[in-house]
Design a protein around this ligand. Structure first.
Ligand code: FAD
Length: 481
């Protein structure tokens, strides 16, 4: 087995303790946060510079070994699972902020820098309190900016601030043969000449290369806010209120919805005083110029009351606003109390279809005997049905996976997508032919081939690879090795 020789060669070029290869060390790298699919990598590497990434990529290329880029491992689609004794290259030790340039409103960071690490560092600079790195997936304290770019992560504020790709100006990426690609603008220059390669790399889920550095945009931070919390006796009324706010021409910073089951789960766990009859809860945040916000807040409250809200509360006071956000922010913590395992799904539909989709999810859950509770980034139609299951019972796992498929296919059928922000990874690979026509899939393959002709970087994720049979539907869900 040439493995020992390979490990020794990798150890020779990386700093001490930067190569993991013992089974016990590899355990937590068998999956990302989509824990339904697991496979043990051959090794996990922690380079600290682009040069080291280049060196290890060249070694692995020579031996024709699969490479899986990994950031913080918070991905929810299995994008970090290593097939076929692949080697994971983790960017967590490439975590230096190399430049913050307030004049040009940009920063240069290594790929492993965390979202909040950058915003916190910006805030410490004179005048920096006015800026931040806007993408805010709920994982933002942990997830890496390289991972955000690779998945084109969204978050609570996507409606107003857009997804990660809108905040990435330039990318340095190591290609499958060890070449270093520098794409896009530097020093805040909004490069628009040539093909938009950063746009192509964002959302490519680690299939085109290993992102090592990023030029990112620093956005002005809002300083005045209002929060409105409404509860409703049915989800259709809540969806109507969401649609009416947007149709009235307002652009809330966030509009988050919890279904009735989630409201009850949160209430049982944290006793926030939410109405017992609530079948939906909507928390809306607006920000902008202080003097204009009260009028908008009252208009949103008025719109919410129209479709029979049970309660509408609102505030400008930071402490009260924090309590209005509490139900939404506590949702995932509460779920942990009621289910052994859960699988968070991620579909996107047009806002006008939200009520129909929530009804259908309810029906699918009942027909498969699966409990589903749903959280929605409502203003942008990004639905997170959360499937509660117990992985110790294989029949329940299979029912859950069947219910997941039915929900996602329904969303695609009504012109939505099977993912709004988490990506395809390996988990949704089988749904690609439902979402895209043949011509589009062929172009995806050609793009992949042009970056990685040997199919060595994260093959079998996002874009199907002929040689790899990925199925997370098999009992045990261990993927090919
Ligand atoms: C509690 C929780 C909440 C979440 N909330 C949100 C949310 O609100 N919005 C959202 O969009 N997502 C959310 N996610 C999913 C996840 O956090 C995001 O997709 C995040 O951007 C992944 O970053 P990461 O560093 O953890 O990437 P990883 O999980 O390490 O990797 C994700 C994918 O990106 C690729 N990748 C990572 N780094 C690189 C790199 N340097 N170069 C090339 N490819 C790379 C990997 O190969 C993989 O395919 C959440 C996850 C959790 C666990």
């Amino acid at each position: 087995m040439p493995c020992a020789e390979l490990i020794a060669e990798l150890k020779g070029i990386l700093p001490p303790k930067s190569v993991l290869s013992e089974p016990s060390e590899l355990l937590i790298y068998e999956s990302d946060a989509f824990t339904a699919a697991k496979a043990r990598p051959l090794a996990v590497l922690f380079p600290t510079s682009t040069e080291q990434v280049v060196a290890v990529v060249k070694i692995l290329a020579r031996r024709d070994i699969q490479i899986v880029p990994r950031g913080a491992g918070t991905g929810l689609a299995g994008g970090c699972v290593a097939f076929e004794n692949g080697v994971i290259i983790s960017t967590t030790r490439m975590n230096r902020i190399l430049k913050i340039d307030l004049e040009n409103r940009c920063a240069l960071v290594e790929a492993g820098v965390r979202n909040t690490q950058l915003s916190d560092a910006v805030a410490l600079l004179p005048g920096g309190g006015a800026f931040h790195f806007a993408p805010d997936p709920s994982s933002q304290r942990t997830s890496s900016i390289g991972g955000n770019a690779a998945t084109n992560a969204g978050g609570i504020h996507t409606l107003k601030d857009f997804a990660s790709s809108n905040h990435i100006l330039g990318i340095e990426m190591v290609l499958a043969d060890g070449q270093v690609l520098e794409a896009g603008g530097k020093d805040g220059c909004c490069e628009s000449a040539g093909l938009d390669l950063p746009g192509l790399i964002c959302g490519s889920e680690g299939t085109l290369g290993i992102i090592t550095k990023l030029w990112v945009r620093l956005a002005p931070k809002a300083s005045a806010f209002r929060t409105i919390l409404s509860t409703f006796s049915n989800t259709a009324d809540a969806c109507e209120a969401v649609g009416d706010v947007i149709a009235a021409g307002m652009l809330p910073a966030a509009m988050e919805m919890l279904d009735g089951r989630m409201v009850r789960t949160v209430e049982d766990a944290f006793h926030l005083g939410l109405p017992g009859e609530a079948q939906a809860l909507v928390v809306t945040e607006i920000d902008g110029i202080d003097a204009l916000l009260d009028e908008q807040m009252n208009e949103i409250a008025e719109i919410s009351r129209r479709p029979n809200a049970i309660s509408v509360e609102m505030s400008a006071d930071p402490a009260v606003r924090a309590t209005l956000w509490k139900a939404r922010k506590s949702a995932f913590g509460a779920i942990g109390r009621v289910s052994h395992c859960y699988c968070t799904q991620d579909a996107c539909v047009s806002r006008s279809m939200l009520a129909a989709v929530l009804r259908r999810i309810d029906g699918i859950g009942k027909s498969h005997g699966v409990d589903i509770t749903t959280l929605v980034h409502a203003a942008d139609g990004n639905i997170h049905p959360i499937f509660l299951y117990d992985d110790r019972d294989e029949s329940r796992v299979q029912n859950t996976l069947a219910a997941v498929d039915e929900v996602l296919k329904y969303c695609v059928e009504i012109s939505g997508t099977a993912t709004g922000e988490h990506g395809i990874g390996l988990e949704k690979l089988h749904l690609m032919p439902f979402m895209f026509d043949r011509a589009t899939l062929v172009q995806f393959h050609r793009v992949k081939e042009s970056f990685d002709p040997q199919g060595r970087i994260n093959a079998g994720k996002l874009i199907a690879a002929d040689t790899i049979d990925v199925s997370v539907r098999k009992p045990g869900r261990h993927v090919p090795q």
